[in-house]
Design a binder for this molecule. Structure first.
Ligand SMILES: [Fe+2]
Length: 227
């Protein structure tokens, strides 16, 4: 059988080894993948590049969009990994650019934009994360082709990367930074909708809106019950 991700058993023939041995190897490989993702996530934490809540929320949203699209487990796993590690390449950027509170200069912006390629360079070296590395490489592409690094357009942007782009932008709009207050959920959603078809895949925005709507409902219910 010559299909699927070789790291997840796609190229192994179960008849060549005992089923138990096959399952044991698959489990070992899955554990290795999980360990690699955890270790790299810890690096992001050590570098103070995100908070646990940010990543959990973003990953959960991305997976829910993937599930609404009916994606297979392999792809969901890649999306989960990419949601956690999409900014891993920022580790290669100087702190004075990374944590600059004000507006970046043109040169600094150019450097900052390198983070998706740096991330791809790191993750592609890990066999189980080859697919994830492509989602990381393209997570700043725009649906109309104006993004980076490839200037890819529409469906040429990997689906997982289009999903990560939407949830990452939404999460960034909600998050309070040292230099600005986070936006209310309704306003962030309005801005996302405004960029559907230009920056973002309109279908992903539409699906995400359904999820955000139900989250809004839960939040307002919690606020009512706490009052
Ligand atoms: Fe990024």
């Amino acid at each position: 059988m010559e299909n699927g991700n070789p790291c997840r058993g796609g190229r192994r023939n179960p008849s060549a080894v005992s089923v138990i041995e096959f399952e044991r190897l698959e489990q070992q490989i899955a554990d290795l993948e999980t360990s690699a993702v955890c270790a790299l996530s810890m690096l992001l934490d050590l570098k103070d590049l995100r908070t646990g809540l940010h990543t959990t929320r973003l990953t959960e949203w991305a997976l829910r969009v993937g599930e609404l699209l009916g994606l297979p487990e392999d792809q969901l796993r890649d999306i989960e990994n990419a949601s956690m590690l999409h900014d891993i390449g920022k580790i290669g950027l100087p702190d004075k650019v990374l944590f600059k509170p004000g507006k970046l200069t043109e040169d600094e912006t150019r450097l900052m934009r390198k983070h998706s390629e740096y991330g791809w360079g790191i993750l592609r070296k890990i066999p189980c994360l080859e697919n994830t590395s492509l989602l990381v490489l393209h997570h700043h592409e725009s649906f109309d082709g104006s993004g980076y690094p490839g200037g890819l357009k529409g469906d040429r942007i990997p689906l997982g990367a289009r999903i990560v782009a939407v949830v990452d932008a939404f999460d960034a709009m909600l998050s309070t930074r040292s230099y600005r207050q986070g936006l209310p959920m309704e306003e962030a959603m309005r801005r996302l909708r405004q960029s559907a078809g230009t920056q973002f895949d309109p279908k992903i925005v539409e699906l995400f809106e359904r999820i955000a709507d139900s989250d809004l409902h839960e939040v307002s219910q919690l606020a009512t019950s706490a009052a």
